[in-house]
Design a binder for this molecule. Structure first.
Ligand code: SR1
Length: 348
């Protein structure tokens, strides 16, 4: 577990755009087909709105560039039928590998199997396709939720009324929910008074409307567990609109530069988040698919570990951006997951 205020390792920052431009022709000494370059890989997302997914995609693109990969990005629109259609398009294109970023397993399981049957390698990020041939990238969601909830107890004790933002069916949210359920059973004086949440192209504002109603109807709620940054933004907006930002504390998942600004601003009720650098997760996903395509053994489960970021620690450390975090926390600058000596693995 890493805490921002315990670490001080500094690495040089490089803009993503400067990386790997000379590698489109292939990497000397790399296994086939990466020795030639131009390997077509598809990144097919279910959600593209929001900071997390934009940063994930930027990290994936930066790593792809370093590997000379021709990355075809299919932006999700929270539309299961469209994601299915995009997987079909990738199969028709003859890509060598596909990264599936989120999605609903019941809508895509069979088409993903068709891709595998066509000899295409597949890696999944945060969608359980229940197939031993598909490595699963994830952020250690149980630990992530535990870090945020332990901070909630540290700040508020183990007796409080809570609001909870959750939508079932998304693998990371379902895993975080398992930790929430365990947490409640171990802390019987934590009472969940309201549950709400929407995942859509307007997650934050739609969740805000629901949070507003829930907080107004339950004035004794003092803690909200909102383990997705778009949920946390929505709850913060609701607390501000209701004029109760001084008596509600929000504990979340994820971080972005915009989130850091929202967390650290004066009077913010958003007091802690447990997070990875989504760009690093995107890079890890591309390395995993590259290794699969190269015929290397890839672990079934690939984990990028989260760190706890408290409002206090961010303010004290003067952190204003994700790049600041990457310069202070090793796990925000790179990951040692799925590397090989022929793969450049540093984003910053
Ligand atoms: C709707 S699922 C949202 C989550 O996916 C990623 O795992 C991010 O951490 C985000 O919280």
């Amino acid at each position: 577990m890493q805490h921002l205020n315990r670490l001080g390792i500094v690495t040089g920052a490089i803009s993503f755009g400067l990386l790997g431009s000379a590698l489109a022709a292939g990497i000397e000494g790399a296994p086939s087909p990466f020795d030639k370059g131009g390997v077509q890989i598809a990144l097919i997302s279910y959600i593209s709105a929001g900071d997390f997914f934009q940063s994930y995609q930027a990290g994936a693109q930066a790593q792809a560039k370093q590997l000379g990969i021709d990355l075809r990005v299919f932006p999700g629109r929270q539309n299961a039928a469209e994601q299915r259609e995009q997987i079909q398009q990738a199969i028709n294109l003859g890509v060598k590998g596909i990264v599936i970023d989120h999605g609903l397993p019941e809508s895509i399981g069979d088409i993903v199997q068709q891709a595998i049957d066509a000899g295409i390698k597949v890696v999944a990020f945060d969608v359980n396709l229940n197939n031993p041939e598909i490595p699963q990238v994830e952020q250690s969601d149980h630990e992530l939720a535990r870090l945020a909830l332990e901070q909630a107890v540290k700040d508020n004790g183990s007796s409080f009324q809570a609001g909870y933002a959750y939508v079932a069916g998304f693998a990371p949210l379902d895993r975080r929910n398992e930790t929430w359920e365990t947490f409640k059973s171990k802390n019987p004086d934590v009472v969940e008074k309201a549950r709400f949440g929407i995942v859509s192209d307007t997650t934050a504002t739609s969740t805000s409307d629901q949070a507003k109603a829930a907080l107004a109807a339950n004035p004794k709620i003092t803690v909200v567990f909102a383990p997705y940054d778009e949920f946390a933004r929505g709850v913060k907006l609701a607390a501000r609109d209701l004029g109760i930002a001084d008596r509600v504390k929000i504990y979340s998942a994820d971080v972005s530069t915009a989130d850091i600004q929202e967390i650290t601003e004066d009077g913010s009720p958003w007091v802690a988040t447990a997070a990875t650098n989504p760009a690093v997760v995107g890079a890890v996903s591309i390395r995993a698919i590259a290794l699969k395509v190269a015929g290397s053994v890839v672990p079934r489960q690939i984990v990028v570990k989260p760190a706890l970021l408290t409002q206090t620690a961010l303010r004290e450390a003067g952190v204003k951006t994700i790049e600041d975090l990457a310069s202070k926390l090793p796990s925000f600058s790179t990951s040692d997951a799925v590397t090989a000596d022929w793969i450049p693995a540093k984003l910053y």
